[in-house]
Design a protein around this ligand. Structure first.
Ligand SMILES: Cc1ncc(C[n+]2csc(CCOP(=O)(O)OP(=O)(O)O)c2C)c(N)n1
Length: 735
């Protein structure tokens, strides 16, 4: 009968047919769980459908017609959470959440979960969530953002999204995406719970709960006791999370759907009504190995595999349905057979649907769909400090940044600023000065000391209609959190066909040349980490006025193009007022700067026809000095300050170089991985035969004290390189 599909692996069917149903694992009754018999049967159907999809995906994978990766078999208990939660409770899912997805979709009219998953398994361009880019579980209408495969990387944003719900409620935000009484659900495996990303997010959630702040969040750990081939020590998850301050712990048996619903309801009450974070620990089993290609027999004994299969949640559910509804085993087999037939037909039809066929099609989703969301007028506090005087006087870059932030925040209430020390202190370098006084702690606040949580908080807030401005205190500390940008924020549009976006302006203080605060970590001169992230925008201002104009444009890019913008602030220029003594050229009067710096347009300084110096950040500042010396030697230079380092505005740069044959690239970053590499490659691609040279930092970490100067680009080196390019000897220039 029904076993035609995947019979070889279908331990469920074999056991069911043989009457080998497991003994009850728990004593929870339907009444205890608030579950009706009809609901039980409906959930069971979702579980069966998920299993049928797993088996079909395997079959197509083996036939090289599909791309089976990881299945949900053994984890179908997560359908309980879909039953318990509302369909507008945003869900950040573990990759074994097929049953959750199907059960949630069942509750919404017009959803076609089987067809959608089938399209995803075969990477059809008609897959409604990723458009054939990846096998992901996700849906815009079901409040399920698609998830990447990096384990635990979704926990920080789940924490952030839960935080955003509470914040929106406090602020009475009327354009929130997430309902004010909704909760966030985030699931993951037991091995994933050990990851530092998970630890950081759970810690941040627990700390929020410990402080008595609302956080409607369910972390659900699906504990199958193993991560690929490595066993989690017995009892470890409970021991680790059972008694965390600020975090409620609830245990349930995910093999038994009734107990899973009971535990899920308890967790839901805690998150929704008490608005406290919960750690829901569900026991599960993992069936059919880790993934399609995994040979489980290599690390598990046959007996272990069989014992797991005996505890199949589908068998437990079948027993529950037989006991509750008085149906026979044959009736369940028939039901499964019908479901399998439906799934097979969907899979076969999906194989015929179109795939992505060109790079432009693939890449169309790298950036989100553009919109022009309305700004919500900002609000300042009744007794907010008056900065009108500061706006009328010349200020250096860091103060201008705080004034620009204040200006933007006044115009747009969706903007929130957060990070380490940005609140009362106003930032280590004063770039958020007075913002908290002006806008209050709901819009400007300090975070725990954890960059992953800071960026995750940004992603979560952006999911709820905020325009987050997280600050990373030093460029060197982006690195321990870079996946939040690379794997999460920047990839969301790609995996969701532009349907989901998490626009933000990430402020990062960085680059070298700091005096008196030396060493590598505060002088990190590498932007390689950002340069190859598809879709991201990297901006780097070179003066006070530029910072105002570029920050304004960065907000526009985030708001209208929904992009992730990294705003890299050169620390050494924060307090610099002059290019040459007393000229005030690096400072600006905020109220006098009315325009913006258009995305993709470099800043052109000077009109010298002998030499084009292509540079950015501190390099632009040094080049302005050097240009004066070059001029004295008879070499007239034009400085082309890139402003936008990713994507590089190459066409505009070539335009700005114009007829000049001599081109000097001044790249303050290390030789390896700096923007100079790409510029030269782009010039070569276009067959441009400039008389070309680059000077860069050395491939080293920055040492302390004056030794730093030995490895960084200097004004003298720019002058020398410029003269050499033109064949003017330095000695001759000095004459
Ligand atoms: C950061 C990261 N490291 C390694 C992997 C490779 N990997 C994929 S799944 C997995 C095991 C996860 O186990 P667990 O969290 O228990 O979930 P399960 O697969 O058992 O449901 C590993 C190591 C990954 N995806 N992400």
């Amino acid at each position: 009968m029904a076993g035609a599909i995947g019979a070889a692996q279908d331990g469920f069917l074999t056991r069911l047919s043989g009457g080998r149903l497991p003994a009850p694992a728990v004593r929870t009754s339907l009444d205890d769980a608030g579950l009706t018999p009809a609901a039980l049967t409906a959930i069971f159907e979702s579980q069966l459908t998920s299993r049928a999809l797993d088996l079909e995906a395997r079959r197509l994978g083996a036939e090289r017609r599909g791309y089976y990766s990881i299945g949900s078999a053994g984890h179908e208990g997560n359908a309980a959470l879909a039953h318990v939660l509302r369909t507008d409770d945003m869900a950040f899912l573990h990759y074994r959440s097929g049953a959750f997805y199907i059960e949630r979709a069942r509750q919404v009219a017009g959803e076609t979960p089987v067809w959608n998953m089938a399209l995803s398994f075969v990477a059809s361009s008609e897959d409604p969530i990723s458009g054939g880019r990846h096998k992901v579980i996700g849906s815009r209408s079901l409040f399920i953002p698609p998830q990447t495969s990096t384990i635990a990387s979704h926990l920080p944003k789940a924490m952030g999204a839960a935080f955003s719900i509470a914040l929106a409620r406090t602020q009475k935000k009327n354009n929130a995406v997430l309902p004010r009484d909704s909760v966030i659900y985030c699931s993951f495996g037991d091995a994933s719970a050990n990851h530092s990303t998970a630890q950081g997010a759970i810690n941040a959630a627990a700390m929020t709960g410990y402080r008595g702040l609302p956080l409607p969040l369910i972390f659900e750990c699906e504990d199958n006791g193993i991560g690929i081939s490595v066993k989690t020590p017995e009892g470890w998850v409970a021991a680790n999370y059972g008694a965390r301050p600020g975090l409620r712990y609830i245990h349930g048996d995910g093999r038994d759907i009734v107990d899973a619903v009971r535990a899920g309801r308890e967790a839901e009450r805690c998150a929704r009504e008490a608005r406290k974070p919960v750690f829901l620990h569900l026991r599960t089993v993992r069936l059919m190995g880790h993934a399609g290609s995994d040979l489980e027999s290599g690390y598990r004994t046959k007996a272990e595999i069989e014992t797991e299969a005996d505890q199949d949640p589908l068998l437990h559910s079948a027993r529950r349905v037989i006991e509750t509804r008085g149906v026979s085993q044959e009736e369940i087999e028939n039901l499964y057979s019908v479901i399998q037939g439906r799934v097979r037909r969907a899979m076969e039809m999906a194989c015929e649907r179109p795939k992505l066929t060109s790079a432009p099609e693939v890449m169309a989703a790298l950036t989100p769909r553009r919109t022009r969301p309305a700004r919500r007028p900002g609000a300042t506090l009744a007794r907010a400090p008056d900065d009108s005087r500061a706006r009328r006087e010349p200020q250096h870059m860091s103060r201008l940044i705080s004034l620009t932030l204040a200006d933007e925040m006044e115009k747009d209430r969706n903007i929130v600023v957060f990070g380490e020390d940005v609140g009362k202190k106003g930032g280590v370098y004063g770039a958020t000065t007075k913002l908290q006084l002006k806008f209050g702690p709901a819009r400007v606040f300090d975070t725990p000391l954890d960059e992953q949580s800071i960026l995750g908080l940004g992603i979560g807030l952006a999911h709820n209609g905020y325009l987050p401005v997280p600050e990373i205190q030093f460029l060197a500390y982006v690195h321990n959190a870079e996946d939040q940008l690379r794997g999460e924020a920047a990839s969301l549009s790609f995996f969701s066909k532009g349907q989901y976006a998490n626009p933000m302006v990430v402020r990062v203080a960085g680059l070298a040349y700091q005096k008196g605060f030396g060493g590598h970590f505060h002088n990190d001169n590498s932007v390689a980490v950002f340069r190859d992230i598809p879709g991201i925008v990297l901006a780097c201002p070179s003066s006070g006025a530029e910072a105002i104009k570029m920050l304004r444009e960065s907000f526009r890019i985030a708001r209208e193009e929904k992009r992730v913008v990294i705003f890299l602030e050169p620390i050494a220029l924060y307090g610099t007022r002059d290019v040459v003594d007393g000229d005030g050229a690096m400072a600006a009067v905020f109220d006098d700067v009315a325009d913006t710096a258009p995305f993709g347009a470099p800043n052109i300084i000077g009109d010298g026809g002998d030499l084009a110096i292509v540079t950015y950040g501190n390099g632009a500042y040094l080049s302005r000095h050097a240009a004066t010396q070059l001029k004295a030697a008879g070499v007239n230079a034009r400085i082309i300050d890139l402003r936008w380092l990713t994507p590089l505005p190459v066409d505009a740069v070539i335009d700005a170089i114009g007829k000049r044959r001599n081109v000097l690239i001044v790249d303050e970053c290390r030789k390896t991985g700096g923007p100079a590499e790409e510029l030269i490659a782009l010039f070569a691609d276009r067959g441009l035969a400039y008389n070309l040279r680059r000077i860069t930092g050395e491939d080293t970490f920055i040492p302390l004290g004056p030794a730093a100067d030995t490895v960084l680009v200097s004004e003298a080196a720019i002058v020398e390189a410029g003269l050499r390019l033109l064949g003017v000897s330095a000695g001759k220039a000095a004459e």
